[in-house]
Ligand binder design. Structure first.
Ligand code: ZN
Ligand code: ZN
Ligand code: FE
Length: 758
C-alpha cells in the first residue's frame, strides 16, 4: 500500500539566515525522502515540503529539535497545502522584496569542524580566517542587507575556484557561507613593529608567543576591534599595560586556553562552563579559588576574574605556541574611549607604545566589545551585551515601528524599533567624551541604514543634561517624549520576559532623574508598561559634591553618619572617621548643612558606597561600582543576622547605620558586617514587596537596576520571594544596568503608542 501523501507550506522566523538553515532543511528533507523547496525571503525562511505522512512527522521533529547551532528559531508556522508535482528537493533563489528585513546573526566562535580543517585541509592549514555556515564573523563584517558577500567587508576578496566549489555545493558545510576564504583568496594577518613586518602565520605566532612570554605588550586586531594583550601572570607586564591604557582600577579580562586551565585559578560551575563554551564566548565573571594566582593587577584585589576562552582561529594558533597559561586580553583603547577599529589609528596609537601590532587586511564594519556575563541563580545574566549577542532583537507583543530610544548616559546602548522587534545596539560606552558620542552617532546611522529604519518618534531619559536627551531634543520633526529612568529599568525587564500587565517593580540602582527633580535609585514602583506609581523609596540623603560624591564614596559615608549623629559624627571612635582629613570633612559638612551642591538622592548604589567606605574598603573609587563590588566580595556566607531599619512612607536606615558603627567599634569582622548589611537590604525589599502585594493584590515582582548585578543580593531576594509564592522576573539576556534602559524606553513608548495615549 502507498503511504498517505501530504503537503505543507512553512514559514520559519527568527535568526535563520546566514547560519546554515537552508542546507539543514535540504539535508533533513533528503534523509526522509521528501520533495519540495526552501528559500530565504527578507522576513523568514519559507519551505514547501511533501511526502509520506510519517516521514513528514519525522521532518517536523528534526526541524524543531536540532536546528543548526547558531540558529534561533522563534516560530514555525505550518499550513496544509495541496499536493504538487514536485520531484526532489531544491534550494531556490532568495526573494528580496521589501524593507521588512530579517535578522542579522551576531558573530559566532570558530566551530570544532573548522578547527579540525585548520589542521590539514589544503589551502587552510593554519589559515586563521577559516569559517563555515556554523561559525565565523557576521555582524562585524556586514555593511548592508541582504547578507551577501558583496555587502560585507569580504567584498575585496573574490573567491578562488576551490572556495567557490564549496560555496556552491549544497552538501558542503560552506554552502553559501558568505565569508568563506582560504589562504589563496582570503584576508591575511601581518605583524608590524617599529623595525620589521612579518607576513607568515607560523612566524607571527612564534614571535607573538616569544614577546608575550618575555613580558611584552602587543596590540591585536580582533573581531570587533583592537585588543591589548600581555602575560596575565606577569606582574610587571600587567602594570605596564595598565599604564598604557591609563586605567587605574578596572579589572582586566583574561583569556585561557581551555576550562581545565581556568580551573587552576577559579571555580567553575556547570552553568559557568556552559557559558564559557557557548558559541557566544563571552567573558564570564568567575570566583577565584585562591589556589593559584594571576598577577595581582589583573583583578585588583576583587575575588572575581573575567575569564574567556578562545573564539578566533588565531587564538587557538597562538595558544598552541604559548608557554604561559593565560593572557590579559582587554579592549585596545585609551581610558574610556571606544575600542579602536581603524588600522591607521591603531598604528599611530600603539606602534611606539607596544612591542608590535597584529593586524589584518579586512575592515571591521561594526565595532563590538567582548560581552560580559555572570551566572547568578544558575542562570546566565548579561552585564555587557556586544559581541555574539548584538544585533539579536527582542520581540514585543505590539508594534515598535519607527521608534528610536536613545538610552541612558553611562554604559549606553540605543534601541530601534522595526515591526514588533526592538533591536538593541551593541554596548557603546559612557557618553562623556567626543570619541564616544561620535561612535554613538555613527552606529545609530549604521543601524538605521542596515535595518531600513526611519525614526518617527524619539524617546529619551527624563534627565535634562544627558547627551542622549539633548540628542533627542535636536531631532527635528520627530515626536519626542521622555521616560523616567527607573520605570525604563523595570520596563526593560518586563520586555525581556514578554510581560504586559501590572507588576511590582523593584529598581535597585545608582542614579536616575526623578519626577520630583531629586535623584532616584532605590525605587518600589507599581507599574505597567504605560505608567507607574512610586510606592516607596530609600530615604533621601544629601550627596555632597554631586558627581564627585559618586566618585568618592567616603563623602556618602559622611552624609549618612551626619544624618544620624549630626556634628558629633566627628567624635566617633572609628578608623573611618579618624582617617578623614579634618579640613575636607568640615568642607563637606558645610556643604551638607547649607545644602550647597548636595542633591538629594534615594539610591541603593550610594548606600552600598557609604557602607563600603565606612568599612574602609573604598574611599575613592577608581572605576564605577568599585565600592559595592568590594563590599560584595567580602561577604561572609552563612551569616544570617541582619540590621534593623524603619519602614515608613520611605525607608530609613538610621538604626542600621548606628548598629554598623557599634559593630565597627566592637571590631566585628568586616565580612560579617557586609553580610548583615546585604541581609538587611534583602529583608527591606521583601518587606516592602509584601506591603505592596496587600495594597495592589499583585503577585508579580520585577527586579532591575545595576545593583542587582550583585550576586548575593539578587540570589537572596529571588530565593526569599519565590519561597513565599511570588512570581519573580529578573534579567537574563538584557543588562540590569543602564545598558538595558533603551529597551525599557522603547517598550514604554510602543505601549503608549498602542494605547494612543501619547
Ligand atoms: Zn566552522
Ligand atoms: Zn579560496
Ligand atoms: Fe540606572
Amino acid at each position: 500500500m502507498i503511504p498517505k501523501q501530504k503537503a505543507f507550506f512553512l514559514r520559519v522566523t527568527g535568526l535563520v539566515q546566514g547560519v546554515g538553515f537552508r542546507p539543514f532543511v535540504y539535508r533533513i528533507s533528503q534523509q526522509h525522502g521528501l520533495s519540495g523547496w526552501v528559500r530565504n525571503t527578507n522576513e523568514c525562511v519559507e519551505i514547501f515540503v511533501q511526502g509520506a505522512e510519517q516521514s513528514l512527522e519525522r521532518f517536523f521533529h528534526d526541524l524543531e529539535s536540532h536546528p543548526p547551532p547558531a540558529a534561533r528559531v522563534r516560530d514555525i508556522l505550518r499550513f496544509p497545502e495541496a499536493l504538487k508535482n514536485e520531484t526532489g528537493f531544491i534550494i531556490t533563489r532568495s526573494e528580496n522584496q521589501s524593507d521588512r528585513i530579517t535578522e542579522i546573526s551576531p558573530d559566532i566562535a570558530v566551530c570544532e569542524e573548522c578547527l579540525q580543517d585548520m589542521q590539514h585541509q589544503t589551502n587552510r592549514v593554519h589559515y586563521p580566517f577559516i569559517n563555515c555556515t556554523h561559525c565565523g564573523p557576521r555582524f562585524t563584517i556586514i555593511n548592508d542587507l541582504p547578507y551577501d558577500r558583496k555587502n560585507t567587508s569580504m567584498k575585496p576578496f573574490p573567491m578562488c575556484d576551490s572556495c567557490r566549489k564549496e560555496y556552491e555545493n549544497v552538501n558542503d558545510r560552506r554552502f553559501h557561507a558568505q565569508p568563506v576564504a582560504c589562504s589563496v583568496c582570503g584576508p591575511h594577518y601581518s605583524f608590524i613593529t617599529k623595525n620589521d613586518r612579518i607576513e607568515s602565520v607560523d612566524a607571527i605566532m612564534d614571535r607573538l608567543a616569544g614577546l608575550l612570554l618575555n613580558g611584552g605588550i602587543v596590540a591585536i586586531k580582533g573581531l570587533g576591534g583592537y585588543h591589548l594583550a600581555c602575560d596575565a601572570t606577569n606582574e610587571a607586564a600587567v602594570g605596564n599595560l595598565r599604564l598604557l591604557k591609563n586605567r587605574e582600577g578596572k579589572p582586566l579580562a583574561v583569556m585561557f586556553p581551555d576550562p581545565a586551565t581556568i580551573r587552576k585559578y577559579a571555580e567553575i560551575s556547570e552553568a559557568e562552563e556552559k557559558s564559557l563554551l557557548s558559541w557566544k564566548r563571552p567573558i564570564v565573571l568567575l570566583e577565584s579559588n585562591n589556589k593559584n594566582h594571576l598577577a595581582s593587577g589583573v583583578n585588583v584585589g576583587l575575588n572575581l576574574t573575567g575569564a574567556m576562552l578562545p573564539y578566533l582561529p588565531f587564538h587557538y594558533l597562538l595558544f598552541d605556541k604559548l608557554k604561559i597559561p593565560a593572557i590579559v586580553l582587554t579592549s585596545g583603547n585609551i581610558s574610556d574611549e571606544p575600542i579602536l577599529i581603524d588600522d591607521a589609528e591603531a598604528i599611530r596609537t600603539f606602534l611606539d607604545t607596544t612591542d608590535g601590532l597584529l593586524v589584518y587586511n579586512r575592515k571591521i564594519e561594526n565595532r563590538t566589545d567582548d560581552s560580559v556575563v555572570r551566572i547568578m541563580s544558575d542562570a546566565e545574566r548579561v552585564f555587557r551585551r556586544s559581541r555574539g549577542m548584538t544585533p539579536s532583537p527582542v520581540t514585543l507583543p505590539f508594534s515598535t515601528e519607527g521608534i528610536l530610544a536613545t538610552g541612558a548616559e553611562l554604559v549606553n546602548t540605543f534601541c530601534i524599533g522595526k515591526g514588533s522587534q526592538a533591536i538593541l545596539s551593541q554596548h557603546i560606552g559612557d557618553l562623556q567624551n567626543t570619541e564616544t558620542t561620535s561612535y554613538y552617532e555613527e552606529t545609530l546611522g549604521k543601524f538605521q541604514r542596515l535595518f531600513r529604519m526611519k525614526p518617527e518618534r524619539v524617546v529619551s531619559d527624563l534627565h535634562p543634561d544627558y547627551f542622549t536627551s539633548r540628542f533627542a531634543a535636536r531631532q527635528e520633526g520627530l515626536e519626542h517624549f521622555k521616560v523616567q529612568h527607573h520605570h525604563a529599568h523595570i520596563a526593560s525587564c518586563m520586555a525581556e520576559h514578554g510581560l504586559d500587565e501590572h507588576v511590582i517593580g523593584v529598581a535597585m540602582d545608582g542614579t536616575g532623574y526623578g519626577t520630583d527633580g531629586n535623584i532616584w535609585g532605590a525605587e518600589f514602583l507599581y507599574c505597567d508598561l504605560a505608567d507607574f506609581e512610586r510606592f516607596s523609596h530609600f530615604e533621601y540623603m544629601p550627596l555632597p559634591g554631586g558627581d564627585r560624591g559618586i566618585e568618592e564614596p567616603w563623602r556618602m559615608a559622611v552624609s549618612y553618619l551626619f544624618s544620624v549623629y549630626g556634628d558629633e559624627m566627628k567624635d566617633l571612635d572609628l578608623p573611618f572617621v579618624k582617617g578623614l582629613d579634618k579640613d575636607k570633612l568640615s568642607f563637606i559638612l558645610n556643604m551638607i548643612s547649607s545644602g550647597t551642591n548636595s542633591p538629594l538622592v534615594s539610591s541603593a548604589g550610594r548606600l552600598f558606597d557609604a557602607v563600603a567606605a565606612l568599612l574602609g574598603l573604598c574611599g575613592v573609587a577608581t572605576f564605577p561600582a568599585e565600592a559595592p563590588m568590594r563590599l560584595e566580595s567580602i561577604v561572609m556566607e552563612k551569616v544570617t543576622e541582619q540590621y534593623p531599619f524603619i519602614l515608613q512612607d520611605d525607608i530609613s536606615f538610621e538604626p542600621m547605620i548606628r548598629a554598623i558603627v557599634e559593630d565597627l567599634a566592637s571590631e566585628i569582622d568586616p565580612g560579617i558586617i557586609a553580610a548583615k548589611f546585604h541581609n538587611s537590604v534583602i529583608s527591606v525589599i521583601f518587606e516592602v514587596v509584601k506591603k505592596m502585594k496587600v495594597q495592589y493584590h499583585c503577585n508579580k515582582v520585577v527586579l532591575s537596576g545595576g545593583t542587582f548585578q550583585n550576586k548575593y543580593l539578587l540570589e537572596g531576594v529571588e530565593r526569599l520571594l519565590e519561597r513565599t509564592g511570588f512570581e519573580v522576573s529578573s534579567h537574563r539576556i538584557i543588562p540590569a544596568n543602564d545598558g538595558g534602559i533603551a529597551l525599557g524606553q522603547i517598550a514604554i513608548a510602543a505601549k503608549r503608542k498602542a494605547l494612543s495615549c501619547v
